[in-house]
Write a protein that binds this ligand. Structure first.
Ligand SMILES: Cc1cc2nc3c(=O)[nH]c(=O)nc-3n(C[C@H](O)[C@H](O)[C@H](O)COP(=O)(O)OP(=O)(O)OC[C@H]3O[C@@H](n4cnc5c(N)ncnc54)[C@H](O)[C@@H]3O)c2cc1C
Length: 506
């Protein structure tokens, strides 16, 4: 009786969100991708939900930042406990169904599209932040978004490294390293991991740390999407030392490319020694009101612990001659909005667009390559109006905290690089493969211009920005030992390739 009641409760919780569907559809094999969903529902907690296509909640749960190569989802399990995750994985393994953890829904790598008729395991109810009494760590639920973590910690006088964007999760970025505004102080998001609870490929819940599982732990810090579903993670947190932040922004016309990137190299980056309290960030974009013919360049400098950005940093950029400048000050929680990364900023929106990136890490800007990239970006976005809203992003966070950690000690392979660069080709799909192909060709040619300009043989591509056709060396490092170690760990912990939809080691 109790089990049946449990079934009824779970079914009702599902059904209450789907009042347009008959209860029988929950149990119909047709609408659940031929899986015996009833068997799963029986095992889920009372607050879990199963969402089938046709309901509003299903639409919400499956909406993605980039619609290109979105995973094909037969049904969504909205998990409410870590045990729900374990039960869903066991069920899917038994039914031979593919599955994918979904968090903020901003992952855009094309490999996600390899999931066909799969189960989305939506983590957004695992949304908790609990501070430890000693004030040194916080345990966050596996589906917690960056803004929740930042705001909760801030209220307690604490902070940690998150991605810069409010709308992405902690673990989506963090399992691939995770770049953020505070990385100069404390390292990457993954460098904050202390221990975690995860569901492995067999559907078992395990607790891991560097001490208990040194090899798997190494992999979770940079290649973690390949090894399990993290249900919670304990993170290092820090007292807020500098409450204030200030920024100054500049908009330049395209004739300033050489002057701007030369000044960034000389005045800020300084061969990878950018001051730890500074970050710089720029992008090319089209703004016909500012320049009807060519893209303009938005450039920000932000400084920690300052009421206004020090003129020693801003003067060289003011002297270049700008179209518009802006400035302001406040606290750390406002940085995302200042740099266009807040929940309500355009880059965060799930607007039904294709968004593809072609990342490349750099040490410094080649002025000739910046010019060539700008000219190509201008030409491509003008000749194909569908690409007019594209951006070319240049992220220059300080790197001391990232470099302080031994590169061999984690699966994140590219600690020595100073710049995170990526064209972002944004467009409305027109139903033709030709436009997708053209967009990919455009993005790749922009990346290749910078690669040639870098003079490097190796191309390092940040896994969380990857387009999806990069090699394992591009994504996870060129060293033979690294590749061997990753493949061996994959063979041990995920021999059947169940976590193979996000930058798979395969
Ligand atoms: C607007 C924008 C801004 C960004 N800014 C930054 C930034 O500042 N720094 C940075 O490093 N990256 C940034 N990124 C890239 C970001 O790291 C990736 O897009 C990442 O995949 C987003 O994670 P998500 O949870 O939002 O997406 P999802 O699509 O939900 O997750 C991506 C993948 O992560 C895996 N995953 C997520 N949660 C878990 C979990 N709990 N356990 C196991 N696997 C999990 C799954 O494989 C999933 O397919 C940004 C992306 C966008 C779109």
């Amino acid at each position: 009786m109790e089990v049946l009641a449990g079934v009824a409760a779970s079914a009702w919780s599902y059904f209450s969100d789907n009042s347009n569907l008959p209860l029988s559809s929950l149990f119909s094999t047709r609408s659940s991708g031929n899986a015996n969903v009833t068997a799963l529902v029986e095992k889920l907690s009372a607050n879990a939900q199963v969402l089938l296509p046709g309901s509003d909640r299903y639409e919400d749960a499956t909406m993605r930042w980039s619609v290109l190569a979105a995973p094909a989802v037969s049904f969504v399990v909205v998990v409410a406990t870590e045990e729900d995750v374990a039960q869903t994985v066991k069920f899917a393994n038994h039914e031979k169904l593919p599955y994918l953890a979904v968090n903020g829904g901003h992952g855009a790598i094309l490999t996600q599209g390899r999931m066909k008729n799969g189960i989305e395991i939506w983590l957004n109810k695992l949304n908790t932040v609990e501070l430890a009494k000693d004030g040194k760590t916080a345990t966050i639920g596996g589906g917690t978004l960056s803004k929740t973590v930042t705001d909760t910690l801030w209220k307690a006088g604490k902070q940690t490294v998150t991605g810069c964007c409010e709308c992405t999760s902690i673990l989506g970025p963090g399992l691939g390293g995770g770049h953020g505004f505070l990385q100069g102080r404390y390292g990457l998001v993954s460098d904050q991991f202390v221990s975690m609870r995860m569901v492995n490929a067999d559907g078992n819940l395990i607790s891991i740390s560097k001490k208990t599982h040194p090899d798997l732990w190494w992999a979770m810090q940079g290649a973690g999407h390949n090894f399990g579903i993290v249900t919670s993670v304990k993170l290092k947190i820090y007292d807020i030392v500098h409450k204030t932040w200030a920024y100054q922004s500049f908009i330049y016309t395209g004739d300033k490319v050489e002057g701007l990137y030369h000044a960034i190299n000389e005045e800020l980056l300084k061969n990878g020694t950018q001051s730890v309290d500074i970050l710089n960030y720029s992008f090319f974009f089209n703004s016909p009101g500012l320049d009807p013919e060519k893209p303009v360049i938005m450039f920000y400098i932000a400084q920690e612990g300052a009421a206004a950005v020090d003129s020693i940093y801003t003067k060289p950029f003011e002297d270049l001659g700008t179209v518009v400048t802006g400035k302001g000050s406040g606290d750390y929680t406002q940085l995302a909005a200042w740099t266009g990364n807040a929940n309500d900023s355009p880059p965060c929106q799930k607007a039904g667009l294709a968004n593809i990136r072609f990342p490349i890490d750099l040490d410094t800007y080649s002025i000739e390559a910046q010019r060539a990239a700008y000219d190509l970006f201008a030409k491509g976005t003008k000749e194909t109006p569908a690409f007019a809203n594209s951006l070319f992003l240049f992220e220059g966070y300080s790197t001391q905290g990232v470099k302080a950690i031994d590169s061999d000690s984690t699966a994140f392979a590219f600690r020595a690089n100073n710049l995170l660069v990526s064209p972002l080709i944004t467009y409305q799909r027109d139903g033709s493969a030709a436009l997708d192909k053209q967009a990919a060709g455009f993005g790749e040619s922009l990346r290749q211009v910078l690669h040639r300009g870098s003079g490097r043989k190796e191309m390092h591509t940040y896994v969380n920005y990857a387009y999806g056709d990069e090699s394992l060396k591009n994504l996870y490092g060129y060293e033979d030992w690294r590749q061997k170690k990753l493949k061996s760990l994959k063979g041990t912990y995920d021999p059947h390739g169940r976590f193979n939809f996000y930058a798979p080691i395969a």
